[in-house]
Design a protein around this ligand. Structure first.
Ligand code: Q46
Ligand code: ZN
Length: 320
């Protein structure tokens, strides 16, 4: 197979585009997809201060690399979730990437700073680990962004991730989530703008991008992902994609282009009113019963720390 752009031998095949690329032209292709997403959805400008949520995986490290190449002023934030060796290794990957390039990486150790880690905290609070983890990540990354003056938070959600989430939301007709699903969440008081510049790039493409760029990333999945329904949706979409390349992009990008505007036009314009959390001051939904408002993270932290035994010794050596 020859490179679509320069006719040299191809090293990567992108079936969705029915094309092969040599290493240099693949790099050009991925950069173009990210630039197009940033432009089409008005994600950020060159005078924005961008904070990349870095997990040590291919998507977030590849994204950080791409934003730098595209000339954006982007720092990173890594959250130590306390998920055993997975966290130790992913933290090392994130720090090695930042150190090699002289980039700024904020490091938040959830246990040291908030008194619980995800496995024990989720169990103590009787929450599914991924639910406790997801809400902690959203809260803590936003907190770092607000407190350090960033104007945009960028996450490494790719086309496969977003298509799987949309698929799940459609299967259950979770209209509220469908209305909020998009590559940009605008800023609101207490919340920094959130963007997903990889929505036009598939998971395999990001892995190939990192390999060709020599970016070391953690290949192992988080051990807590097992049983996560999102994985089943990804498997189903992969089967459809294998039979008919381009299905995922048609589903998700078609939703953004044609379905989302119609749904939003027909939706009630106002979301629930937000009030400051009585414990941390960040916005949260006002309780209907008139009780003191407490945000989901503060509730989780209280329940997790009340029942958690003495802190476990950390095995990694990644201080702030
Ligand atoms: S890190 Fe956290 Fe993921 Fe692990 S516990 Fe679940 S949500 S699977 S991206
Ligand atoms: Zn709070």
């Amino acid at each position: 197979m020859k490179c679509r752009r320069c006719r040299q031998p191809a090293v990567v095949e992108v079936r969705r585009h029915n094309a092969g690329f040599c290493a240099a032209c693949f790099d050009h292709h991925i950069k173009g997809q990210v630039e197009r997403a940033i432009h089409d959805f008005q994600m950020m400008a060159h005078d924005d201060r961008v904070l990349v949520a870095v997990s040590g995986g291919k998507d977030s490290l590849g994204l950080w690399d791409l934003l730098g190449k595209l000339g954006y002023d982007a720092d990173g934030v890594y959250l130590g979730l306390g998920i055993g060796e997975y966290s130790d290794e992913s933290g090392q990957m994130a720090h090695a990437f930042a150190d090699a390039r002289g980039l700024t990486l904020h490091h938040i150790d959830v246990r040291e700073q908030h008194g619980f880690d995800i496995p024990t905290g989720a169990a103590a609070a009787r929450r599914a680990p991924c639910a406790a983890c997801g809400l902690s990540k959203r809260y803590l990354v936003n907190k770092v962004a607000v407190e350090s003056g960033y104007s945009v938070v960028a996450t490494g959600h790719n086309l496969d991730d977003e298509a799987a989430v949309l698929f799940g939301n459609v299967l259950h007709w979770d209209v509220e989530y469908i209305l909020r699903q998009g590559p940009v969440l605008p800023a609101e008081p207490g919340f920094v703008k959130k963007v997903k510049p990889l929505v036009r790039v598939g998971e395999r493409e990001m892995a190939a991008y990192c390999v060709l760029r020599g970016i070391d990333y953690i290949v192992e999945e988080c051990p807590m992902v097992e049983g996560n329904t999102g994985l089943r949706y990804k498997d189903t979409l992969n089967a459809l994609e294998n039979a008919s390349p381009g299905t995922k992009a048609a589903f998700y990008l078609g939703f953004l282009d044609r379905a989302a505007p119609v749904l939003r036009a027909g939706a009630a314009s106002e979301g629930p009113g937000l009030v400051p959390c009585s414990e941390c001051g960040y916005p949260t939904v006002a309780p209907a019963d008139g009780a003191a408002p407490v945000c989901a993270f503060c509730r989780l932290q209280t329940r997790a720390t009340t029942a958690v035994p003495a802190p476990r010794r950390r095995t990694g050596g990644l201080g702030a």
